[in-house]
Design a protein around this ligand. Structure first.
Ligand code: F6P
Length: 338
């Protein structure tokens, strides 16, 4: 194998640079050239690339974002685009393409594989952690830390004013960031897409929980972590309802894209480095149409289609203890009510 290419696609995630670095250093070790396509699949269509070597990736390990830039490329869904990309890759004699991104990026890779007969390998890079087949995705750990840091700060002012706060975290349609941030921050409630199917009945239980908790504990801060795209009308609408129904000020905080930025934490750097290096060795071994992930601390190869056709579940034990620790119907809190 003489030349491979790499691109980053979809929402950027802290650790993508660490992964690019590991790919370049590992490839250099095996005397393989690496071309980096810029702006995700757009770069593939426009033949926008740059050769990467040791100097180009110096000191990017600790940087957030992606030095290759990223994009969401809807145009890539067409047959003509995939054919163009295949021709561009062949023009540069690329033998394997490594795609760092989420499920949309992997679908793009699968689409390309129908028109390009060389190797394609995916690397899970998204803060959402919603990729089946890997315990964690690159960027997820940093996003949790960022969310946690903000929720801790919100707690200070919530305590000072004895207010309710509704903190919206990212996750698209998955509750991984929400659950981990809530457990780590000791949030009083967590509202996740996997657990809430009907917002009308959910509202009653949200209110019941707040009102009962305040009856037991008196007026203290109360924090609810909620995943984006969950509540009809968004967190501002829900905050208004909660303020009206409880008679206590409820403030919405949307954490938004800050969760995507920042220097990757050690866990993300380690994961990105491990998976990036392995992807190059898998390419040398002739592997294709797989994602490189990690399961129980071991690197795993997962058929690409399974990464989006199967649904990754929240850790049921974490879900159980989050509700158990703040259970107002049983346990010590209920005993205090008697
Ligand atoms: O996929 C990562 C993510 O940050 C999601 O959590 C979020 O829903 C989405 O990207 C936001 O995308 P954009 O930056 O394109 O608005």
């Amino acid at each position: 194998m003489k030349r491979i290419a790499v691109l980053t696609s979809g929402g950027d995630a802290p650790g993508m640079n660490a992964c690019i670095r590991a790919i370049v250093l590992t490839a250099e070790h095996y005397n393989i050239e690496v071309f980096g396509y810029r702006h995700g699949y757009n770069g593939l269509l426009n033949q926008e690339y740059k050769p990467l070597d040791r100097d180009k990736i110096a000191n990017i390990l600790q940087a957030g974002g992606t030095v290759l830039r990223s994009a969401r490329c809807l145009e890539f869904k067409s047959e003509a685009s995939a054919q163009k990309a295949a021709a561009n890759l062949d023009e540069l004699n690329i033998e394997a393409l490594l795609v760092i991104g989420g499920d949309g990026s992997f679908r793009g890779a699968h689409h390309l594989s129908q028109y390009w007969d060389k190797q394609i390998i995916g690397l899970p890079g998204t803060i959402d952690n919603d990729i089946w087949g890997t315990d964690a995705t690159i960027g997820y750990f940093t996003a949790i830390e960022t969310a946690l840091d903000s929720i801790d700060k919100v707690r200070d002012t919530a305590d000072a004013f004895e207010r309710i706060f509704l903190v919206e975290v990212m996750g698209r349609h998955a509750g991984f960031i929400g659950l981990s941030a809530a457990v780590s921050a000791g949030a009083d409630q967590v509202l996740l897409p996997e657990l809430i199917k009907d917002s009308t009945s959910a509202l009653q239980s949200i209110l019941y929980h707040i009102q009962t908790a305040r009856k037991i504990k008196g007026n203290t801060s109360y924090i609810i972590v909620i995943t984006e795209n969950l509540w009809p009308g968004g967190v501002t609408a829900l905050s208004e309802v909660l303020t009206k129904e409880t008679g206590t000020d409820c403030r919405p905080v949307i954490l938004g894209h800050v969760q995507r930025g920042g220097s990757p934490v050690a866990q993300d750097r380690m994961l990105a480095t491990k998976l990036g290096a392995y992807a190059v060795e898998a390419a040398i071994a002739g592997k294709t149409h797989i994602m490189i992930g990690e399961s129980a601390h071991r690197v795993v190869e997962v058929p690409l289609e399974e990464t989006w056709s199967k649904t990754k579940e929240l850790d049921p034990y974490l879900v159980k203890i989050q509700s158990q620790l703040f259970d107002i119907a049983q346990g010590h809190i209920a005993q205090n009510l008697d």
